[in-house]
Design a protein around this ligand. Sequence first.
Ligand code: IVH
Length: 729
Amino acid sequence: MPGSCLPDRPKRAAFSLERGAAVSPQTPGLFDDLPPQLAERPKPLAPAEQAQALRAQLHQHAHAYYTLDAPEIPDAEYDRLFRALQVLESEHPALRTPDSPTQRVGGQILDAFAQVRHHVPMLSIRTETDTEASGAEAFDTRIRKELGLSESEPPVDYVGELKFDGLAMSLRYEGGMLVQAATRGDGETGEDVTTNIRMIGQIPLRLAANAPTVLEVRGEVYMRRDDFEALNERQRQRIAAGTKGEKTFVNPRNAAAGAVRQLDSGIAAERPLSFFAYGLGDITPASEGGPQWSSHYDMLMQLKAWGFPVAEQTAFVQGAAGLVAFHQRMAAERDALPYDIDGVVYKVNDLAQQLRLGFVTREPRWAVAHKYPAQEEMTTVLAIDVQVGRTGKLTPVAKLSPVFVGGVTVTNATLHNELEARRKDVRVGDTVIVRRAGDVIPEVVSVVLDRRPPEAPLFTMLTHCPVCGSLAEREEGEADHRCTGGLFCSAQRKQAIWHFAHRRAMDVDGLGDKLVDQLVDTGQVKTLADLYHLKLDSLANIDRMAEKSAINLLEALEKSKTTTLGRFLFSLGIRHVGEATAKELARHFGQLDAIMVASEDALLQVADVGPVVAHSIRTFFDQPHNRKVVQALRDAGVIWPEGEALAPTEMPLAGITVVLTGTLQSMGRDEAKEQLESLGAKVAGSVSKKTHYVVAGAEAGSKLDKAQALGVPVLDDVGLALLLAGQKP
Ligand code: IVH
């Protein structure tokens, strides 16, 4: 929250400034810069009333910020109110109450945490690893059996919750005030971490008047991923600056646990934590005026109403089918959550049924946790190799001791470039945390510095290309080093050939990267045009190449000769000329010769071509060896229909921008893109206000949501067909 007062949280929303409040200045100057509606009150209030009013406002704003995600005043305003209360309390120490927001700011250093005996033990939960969702069915079967339900009886009501990856916490409120926060410990006795927990802005310090006299809320303290990244970045800077005793954290859970159990509350205050409520401990019994709920879900909703964060994914579901659907939905949503979960939790909803089911040892029989496979694992860096890309980009890649993470065995993780490798300070011999979430390429999250072997060498980028020995250079303002060898470099040559043969370029079926390696390594292919002079007998000499495959390859090469100008241009691998730009160039100029001689100014007339791209195209065709490659390809028989450039505005879908998302029934996404573009439409990757249509197939995701939010028309397969037929859908 605001400035220095509360731990920072990056997410902010728009403000609304309309809020009056019952505070009036008494100490001159103190409220001078308050907004007029606060400053101009006729009758001065007594200090006690002032303090009370300030506390009420600060509580309310903290709630709006942390729980509702809808702050009502800007940070600076909050800070002023906060400081006003601080001054008032220091002038009148008797006014300082334990629930005052000023008490969230740490300062005390403890020797050890006091022990807390839980009034109601903190139970554990039965945990099973379930990647198949079949565990949900087994759980439901067991529950039905234990409740003695026959098949004809209706499905059991459940609550599906997320299994947060943090640490369990019990928050005790007496008379509506937070009096104690305790860790789980051994379930019977935990540690009193109240001081640190008070600093979590999301945790109410005081409850509404209708809260029971005694209330223990159980939940999970955790750290959001963005907060974790920022914390680790800060830690890295401290380490780099030579601050002693600092370290980076392995994962958000570890960072959260460290913050909660931090004896120096000043340090704890710098580590932003969050909280989700999911259960109850001790509570005033109904017979003594306490609340009476009949279901777990109702209880959670009441906790929410009292200001405790309850995850919005929490769902009331019915029967095994409901649990399975919840499991699948959460598995799909998992990667998009701003915090880590390690699975889902199913709980029987009806509290009377929970009571009948009871406990086994320390686990309730009415709940089970189903874990997902881990997305982060630890492994060691065996080497840091430098790979050479198509345009000569040198990429440091950490070679890892094989590790199973996120469902696959990972042996490589890109470090992107020298700066990035240095920022994370990954070294050979290091133990690292590798993360693979969803389909995202694996990445090194952080180094476990405690385990660094002595004298592990700092990573430095090579000064020369590891493949051809040419000088490696980093251009001013760029992060990447590049090999300056061009097509002299066999690594670049291989990548260039592979790109040339790509399905969206010349589309040479069967020319995969292994074969390209062999063709280049055996010296059969030195330039792109050499591909079209390959002979059956020399191909058959290549390892493991069956004659049939050799014939197929020659046929595919022959077929690829008839192409389009757009594909041909794309296949040349000109830096900054992607598929869309190549098509635009072809459409604009109509003929290759026109492009080859076009000035940068002429190139700038093409949609999507800016100065960098224009310069790159000009430079490419200015090189005699590149012109030779083009000529050699034409000589080998590569042809395309050349025509007059069609003025872009004459095309039926000119000026229309379309975004494709999800799986279409009528055609693949590539085909849809090609057809739309051939009619002059632009197919963009993301939705904005400028998008004319979003074509959404099955399982469309965030792009569809964005289209709906922006009011962009959404088309299905039929709408797409109409569009392609030149009709307005
Ligand atoms: S319920 C009586 N619900 O997982 C059941 N636990 O052993 C008590 N956890 O210690 C736990 N998310 O720290 C429950 N939605 C959730 C949870 C959850 C995470 C943690 C909790 C507990 C551990 C399981």
